[in-house]
Design a protein around this ligand. Sequence first.
Ligand SMILES: Cc1ncc(COP(=O)(O)O)c(C=O)c1O
Length: 319
Amino acid sequence: MLDAFPRIDLLQQPTPLEHMARIGTHTGHQQLWVKRDDCMPLAFGGNKVRSLEFWLGEAMERDCDILVVAGAPASNQCRLTAAAAAKLGLECLVLYAGTDPLPPHSNLLLTGMMGAQIQHLGPVGEEERGRLAKRTVEELTASGRRPYLIGNPVIGGLGYARAAKELHEQAVAGGLSLRHIVLPGSMGVTEAGMLFGAFLLDLPWTFHLISVEYEAIELEARLRSILDGLYRLTGVEAKDDPLSRVRIYTNQLGAGYGVRTEASVQAGHLLAELEALVLEQTYVAKTFAGLLNCVARHDIPSDEAACIVHTGGTPAIFD
Ligand SMILES: Cc1ncc(COP(=O)(O)O)c(C=O)c1O
């Protein structure tokens, strides 16, 4: 069914599914796996590549000639949009919140290196940034260009619906009976997409979302809105409430989005030492800290297999 939606293949092959044997010994849970979405061929990879496959599918189908994306200077989405545009020979306009000169960041450096044009929006919040991005798209259209605005959360969600199938197939091939999925909880695109995929395939997965940005009520609202959009877009009927399979944890938020915690720093060291995994601090280290906490508290029982998705963001480690 997902094949009905236009998609550009940026991944080329499934990302690895790895057993974390040494973390297993450390935690006493021998069935911990990691889906390595940090290992992709496009410019350090990460979860946004899967959404970009569908965003670019739509952009190419509409014969667009310039991609427009808005974000913070640390944005992985902006970096990967610039990368995909470079690969496909499209122009890319990145609208950054902030004023020139922006604070140095590896993602900002890479975005510029890959040839994106950069504009500064001034000190704006998420809502104003979205409004300005829409206005830029209107202005480009009026001047005869064919812009595509990156970021529709429903189209983007299709990427992780597909990832659910990919992970399920890997698990089946490896004789693995997966019961728990651990993901960062943020804007909701990745999470809602994967939930939708698990629902389509009727998989017995419980989702543990480690919030890195919002309180539970806000994250839940975002998930519901994207899921509603996915049902409408695909014409699938919701039989039960997919959120009944979700547990949201806010105990790793600490002082908030982008602020490391003692637990996230410890998780970063532990996973590097025991599994050679590189975890940035905004999304991934907090999520691994959440996994460790879930295992310690038996929210994930030691006889049930669990998989955490490493969503990438790796360049931030160098900042
Ligand atoms: C590395 C990384 N992980 C997780 C997320 C969160 O994904 P989502 O916005 O789909 O919730 C992001 C979003 O920017 C990200 O860059």
